[in-house]
Design a binder for this molecule. Structure first.
Ligand code: UT7
Length: 335
């Protein structure tokens, strides 16, 4: 019997129905389908436009689907970690709203704010509760409603982001599969290059902050781009080295979906063949904490028990990292 690890035993994604195409963006800002496709790889993104719906409602859909497949009762859930920067409100947290709405009466939860790396941070946190045998069923949600903080008059940001995400169930596994290792990093100096200027305690909302459009994402794209390529490449290298693995040993690389040129640069720097890189940015854009679980959900049916997978992300903070896991089950076609 090997050590007790936290294995992903199910994954469920959620994408809002409404789609925002590049052609539609052409009518909103000075841009072109060609520029967006060649500079970012994005063709369309999903946008949450359902009256009365916030992030928690997307989370509810994810959690319901996750519990339905294996027939798990909501009361069996112990803990839910919600990685998001676009929760329903500044407070209270979104995790406990989801738990209330799905009737998970015996669980507690909390949100984790690490922007695009939120899912990686939350996955490692959730795994510790399983490894220590504190809890048996831990749900990790990664999602964002980026449309709620995007300025649709700013062509530098509005073309990239979309809404959506996914949830995974973590359970104990003592036969090998599960989360093996993670390299997680942060550099708070990065706050200057990717942020939302107002709405927090530093600059509370006023008529002036609203008029100055300070409640939207601000990004210095080129700076973030460079750090993203370096950060993801180096953490994956560090992770592989300390686990005595080469890229040939890894079945799937799952990179944060921010820009196809970033994904290609990372794969190229690692000498990792693109056929084994999960990519869906063309259909969803950058869903921030949602990209990694959405990749796992999209590729679930191709995954086999024992597959070695490396997830990597980079985002606001700056936060970044890479996680190595061994997949625990054979994927089957979605119903
Ligand atoms: O997930 C969180 C982390 N975020 C990221 O990883 C995003 C990282 N950054 C990026 O993906 C890219 O920097 C962007 C997609 C945001 C921008 O692409 P870029 O190739 O870095 O463009 P740029 O900012 O260097 O701008 C190049 C040109 C500029 O025009 P000039 O100054 O050369 O005349 C921009 O004004 O492209 C112009 N431009 C656009 N043109 C048409 C910027 N946005 C657009 C646009 N349509 N939407």
């Amino acid at each position: 019997m090997s050590r007790k690890l936290a294995a992903i035993t199910g994954v469920q994604g959620y994408l809002p129905e409404d789609i925002l195409t590049n052609a539609q963006l052409e009518t909103m800002v000075e841009t072109s389908d060609e520029w967006i496709r060649t500079r970012t790889g994005i063709k369309q993104r999903h946008i949450l436009r359902k009256e009365g719906w916030g992030a928690s409602d997307m989370g509810v859909e994810m959690v319901k689907g996750l519990l339905e497949k294996p027939g798990t009762a909501p009361e069996e859930v112990d803990l839910l970690l919600c990685a998001t920067i676009t929760g329903d409100r500044v407070f209270p947290d979104t995790a406990n709203t989801i738990l209330d709405k799905v009737g998970a009466k015996n669980a507690f939860g909390y949100d984790i704010s690490a922007a695009c790396s939120g899912f990686l941070y939350a996955l490692s946190t959730g795994a510790k509760f399983i490894e220590s045998a504190t809890y048996q069923k831990v749900i990790v949600v990664g999602m964002d409603v980026m449309s709620s903080i995007i300025d649709y008059t700013d062509r530098a940001t509005c073309i990239i982001f979309g809404d959506g995400g996914g949830a995974v169930m973590l359970e104990a596994n003592e036969e090998g599969p599960g989360l093996q290792d993670a390299v997680l990093k942060a550099d708070g100096h990065g706050r200057h290059y990717l942020n939302m200027k107002a709405g927090g305690s530093l600059h509370p909302a006023t008529a002036e902050t609203v008029a100055n459009r300070e409640h939207f994402v601000y990004q210095e794209g080129r700076t973030v781009f460079k750090h993203a390529v370096n950060g993801m490449t180096h953490t994956v290298q560090e992770l592989l080295e300390r686990n005595e693995l080469s890229t040939d040993d890894i079945d799937w690389l799952v990179p944060h979906q921010a820009n196809i040129r970033i994904i290609n640069s990372v794969a190229n720097a690692l000498d990792f063949p693109l056929e084994r890189v999960m990519i869906n940015i063309d259909r969803y854009g950058n869903t921030t904490a949602g990209t990694l679980p959405l990749c796992l959900w999209d590729y679930e049916e191709k995954l086999r028990k024992g597959d070695k997978i490396v997830l990597t992300a980079f985002g606001g903070g700056f936060t970044w990292g890479a996680t190595y896991l061994v997949w625990a089950y054979d994927g089957s076609a979605k119903a």
